[in-house]
Design a protein around this ligand. Structure first.
Ligand code: GTP
Ligand code: MG
Length: 471
């Protein structure tokens, strides 16, 4: 599964038309970057060959290719004998059609204008949009136009057959088309992420440093529960995130391997920013692991979810948590509750996960669903399922084995594939590594987004209650 619009077969088809061995890199996506001429130009100008792809609410997918770089001219045609329009799908079904440029019209292949998105042809055959547009119910009504068959040979295909006769779109993406490194078999990632650079790492770090839970709810920190089988890497995930913000590899939470869970305490860890020492606005809550016979049980987890469990509570397998224990939080507030759950699963052992543990997890999920809690899976130890990742976790989203494990776990746990996030924790490393940081920061970013979803729902419910009491 690709996160972007195009599937592997679509890229393959485009490659047949473009020729050569190439790789595609997503530059611009209106649902992510905004449907704005300014943003299109800032992301796509000067990038060489590009494909622009649009997808409309009928799942018709079409667009245009140019081998020329987009520019922010005040309005200028570029000549391009290689340019073409194309269709990949019509009403959700594959429909591969290429519409080449008319030889006498190559001077009008594309039109660059800083106030507009991509424009193809001198009709213009396809003007996508101008200015800045917003979506309504997930649909952008593009303010462009289509005067097909002026510059490109449509071979009898009219506007209705090309784009259902309208310019409404769910998505529009622009991909850079690059020459391919012949030694690199992994051109297309199975899940798209921004390009992994030190800059991306800094941006992710800053985003997480600046993260604040929804202001109206007046809670200082979001709480994320890490839960999973013993030895899966729960404590290590906290250590990894903590290390990134400390600036060096630390192991504040005990981690290692033991017969029973090494972590015996419930700890709601802060992550502090270095050098200020200021805590970030989320906590990672580490628990004892799930075990077949003992370990923590469903009731223990419910107390944690609801915020009854005191910090540093020591789990006692022979004495389940109850309201009698000292420190039991009798009237927990929103700030005490868990706002997002991360199941931590060891990728190298999902194949042999026992039915009993799975049952336990499913039972916990029922309790979480009742509370409307978002759930993700942190799939750890991916370095153990692919040797290439031992050298560079930057390949994570390119390696098919990782994708297969993600798919399998998603089916096992009953979550969408996008909720399963592969990670590799710091374990033997002595120094921080940009790509390990990025991989884990991406995971952390997604978790915080999910926690926000929960808080937004909570706020909506509050508002509705207020409306109904005011009635
Ligand atoms: N290769 C590899 N080893 C890891 C990874 N994450 C954790 N480990 C190792 O796995 C072992 C268990 O990790 P912990 O973080 O202690 O696991 P835990 O889930 O907290 O386990 P308990 O507290 O015992 O329930 C340790 O030896 C870690 O070094 C990873 O991503 N890759
Ligand atoms: Mg632990």
């Amino acid at each position: 599964m690709m996160a972007g619009l195009l599937q592997k077969e679509d890229f393959d088809e485009l490659l047949k038309w473009i020729g050569g061995r190439r790789k595609f890199r997503l530059l611009y996506k209106i649902t992510r970057d905004g449907c704005s001429a300014l943003n299109f130009h800032s992301k796509c100008d000067g990038k060489g060959m590009t494909v622009t792809v649009l997808c409309n609410p009928s799942d018709t997918v079409y667009g245009g290719f140019t081998s020329q770089s987009w520019t922010s001219a005040g309005g200028a045609y570029l000549s391009d004998p290689k340019a073409f329009l194309f269709q990949l799908k019509f009403n959700g079904k594959s429909s591969y059609n290429q519409f080449p440029i008319k030889p006498e019209k190559i001077a009008n292949a594309v039109h660059c204008n800083s106030g507009y998105g991509p424009i193809f042809g001198g009709g213009h055959d396809l003007t996508t949009f101008s200015g800045n547009l917003t979506a309504s119910n997930g649909v952008f009504t593009l303010n462009g136009s289509c005067a097909l068959n002026t510059t490109y040979n449509m071979k009898g295909t009219d506007y209705n057959a090309f784009a259902n006769g309208n310019l409404q779109v769910k998505e529009m993406e622009v991909y850079q088309v690059d020459d391919c490194d012949m030694n690199d078999p992994l051109e297309i990632p199975w899940r798209r992420t921004p390009e992994w650079t030190t800059r991306l790492m800094q941006e992710l770090k800053e985003e997480i440093e600046n993260y604040k839970p929804l202001e109206q709810l007046k809670i200082q920190q979001t709480k994320i529960l890490l839960i999973g089988q013993i030895g899966a890497g729960k404590s290590s995930f906290f250590n990894t995130i903590n290390s990134i913000f400390r600036g060096y590899v630390t192991s504040q939470a005990c981690s290692g391997t033991a017969e029973h869970s090494l972590t015996t305490q419930y700890r709601s860890y802060q992550v502090r920013n270095c050098p200020s020492g200021k805590p970030l606005n989320f906590r990672l809550c580490d628990t004892r692991g799930l075990e077949e016979g003992q370990g923590i049980e469903a009731q223990d987890v419910c107390y944690i979810l609801d915020g009854n469990t005191p910090d540093k509570y020591v789990f006692n397998p022979s004495l389940p948590l109850s309201s009698d224990i000292t420190g039991f939080v009798k009237a927990p507030k929103l700030k005490d509750r868990i706002h997002c759950v991360a199941f931590v699963l060891d990728a190298s052992s999902v194949d042999v996960m026992s039915e009993k543990i799975l049952e336990k997890i499913r039972k916990l999920q029922i309790a979480m669903n009742q509370r409307g809690l978002p759930q993700v899976v942190l799939l750890t130890k991916i370095d153990k399922i692919s040797a290439s990742l031992q050298d560079d976790v930057g390949l994570t989203y390119y390696i098919p084995t990782v994708q297969e494990h993600v798919d399998k776990v998603a089916a096992m746990i009953g979550l969408p594939r996008s909720h399963v996030i592969p990670v590799k924790n710091y374990e033997s490393e002595r120094e921080l590594n940009d790509n390990i940081n990025i991989l884990n920061l991406l995971a952390m970013q997604q978790i915080l987004h999910f926690a926000d979803d929960f808080l937004y729902n909570y706020l909506d419910d509050l508002d509705e209650e207020q409306i109904s009491t005011a009635d």
